[in-house]
Design a protein around this ligand. Structure first.
Ligand code: PHE
Length: 355
């Protein structure tokens, strides 16, 4: 035993001083390799008496365990030390000031959302948010669109389960429901965000952006809706006059309902807004249906108001002369550096929206 104990003590000493994984591995084979010191000790077991063998085997096993344990702890220690050293060396001081501030760009969609929020906040709207994954009640039923209503087909819904209970919201209108359920009238909110429909061509993408508007109070009428949208469109396009038309339409959650188009033309392959004889539909709107108000516990004989849903991407296309909606979502860096915005130019009404 004293022999083995000496071997063990020597090697524990050696291992303690080691700083290199390869060298630790060498020691390992020195001890446990085919002709390793400990392996050879085990071989001796065959040539001694049964009594001695029992004792030696148990001692040897203990030493073996101890040394193997020491080796794996040592390897781990060295590796941790190496990683920490590497992390220390590669540390980035994030508090250092940025040298080339123009590297990143704000995506046109983010820019347009900021512009829209800035315009509506000036006239008293606050900003609400809702989740992309909605339940069918908020997305349809509460919005007066019961099961089997044909408008459900129009929305080409991406359902997330076989029971059709969860879905990717097809519009931002469920935020109307969420907002009214959690508060008391009056309400004056916008809710920008992502929306999803199974649809894809030059002016439709399966994921797109809308901003919902909702204004509920006593004595709100369609005149307020028109005034609000007119103000918004002129502010957004930074012009005094705009070609805009209201077309009668149908949504289950508004009555009466309208769609709004704005006039544009294509000059030298670019969209020019406010001129020409082409129309692009940019929003749906109307007076909130009494059934919707009832569903969210608002008394329709006391309160009423308007709602609208604006296609954000299309507004961006019109304002910034972008022809193909799909380019918005292709994450092409060259496209982004051309159409993107300076991160430090936060849009605000008094500084100018899109400088
Ligand atoms: N949610 C409708 C759509 O996505 C738009 C809309 C919103 C219409 C609010 C009326 C009122 O097409």
């Amino acid at each position: 035993m004293s022999d083995i104990k000496k071997i063990k003590d020597d090697y524990i000493d050696k291992l303690n001083k080691e700083n290199n994984v390869d060298k630790v591995n060498n020691i390992k084979s020195e001890l446990f390799g085919k002709n390793g010191i400990i392996s050879n000790e085990f071989k001796k077991l065959g040539s001694i008496s049964v009594e001695e063998r029992k004792k030696l085997a148990s001692d040897l096993n203990k030493v073996k365990d101890e040394l193997q344990n020491k080796i794996s702890i040592k390897i781990q220690e060295i590796e941790t030390k190496e990683i920490n050293l590497k992390l220390e060396k590669e540390k980035i001081d994030v508090t250092l000031p940025e040298r080339d501030i123009k590297i990143g760009k704000i995506h046109p969609v983010s820019q347009v959302i900021d512009e829209i929020s800035s315009i509506f906040s000036e006239i008293g709207f606050s900003v609400e948010e809702g989740p992309d994954v909605e339940n069918e009640y908020n997305n349809f039923t509460a919005l007066n669109t019961p099961d089997n209503h044909p408008a459900r087909d129009m929305h080409d819904t991406f359902y997330l389960d076989n029971n059709k209970e969860l879905l990717l919201r097809t519009h931002t209108s469920p935020v109307q429901v969420r907002t009214m359920l959690k508060g008391k009238p009056p309400f004056k909110i916008i809710a920008p965000g992502r929306t999803y429909r199974s649809d894809s061509d030059q002016t439709h993408a399966p994921m797109f952006h809308q901003v919902e508007g909702l204004h509920i109070d006593k004595n709100i009428n369609m005149g307020h809706l028109k005034g609000c949208l007119n103000y918004f469109i002129k502010e957004f396009f930074e012009v005094d006059k705009i070609k805009m038309r209201f077309r009668p339409s149908h949504f289950p959650f508004t009555e009466p309902s309208a769609e709004v188009d704005i006039g544009y033309e294509i000059k030298n392959g670019k969209i020019v807004i406010g001129e020409g004889d082409k129309w692009l539909e940019i929003l749906g709107c109307g007076m909130v249906h009494p059934n919707v108000l009832k569903n969210v516990k608002v008394n329709p004989s006391k309160y009423q108001g308007y709602a609208f849903g604006i296609g954000i991407d299309r507004l961006g296309m019109l304002k910034y002369g972008i022809n193909d909606l799909r380019a918005f979502f292709e994450t092409d860096y060259r496209w982004l550096s051309h159409f993107g915005f300076d991160p430090l130019d936060v849009p605000s009404n008094y500084r100018g929206l899109s400088r």
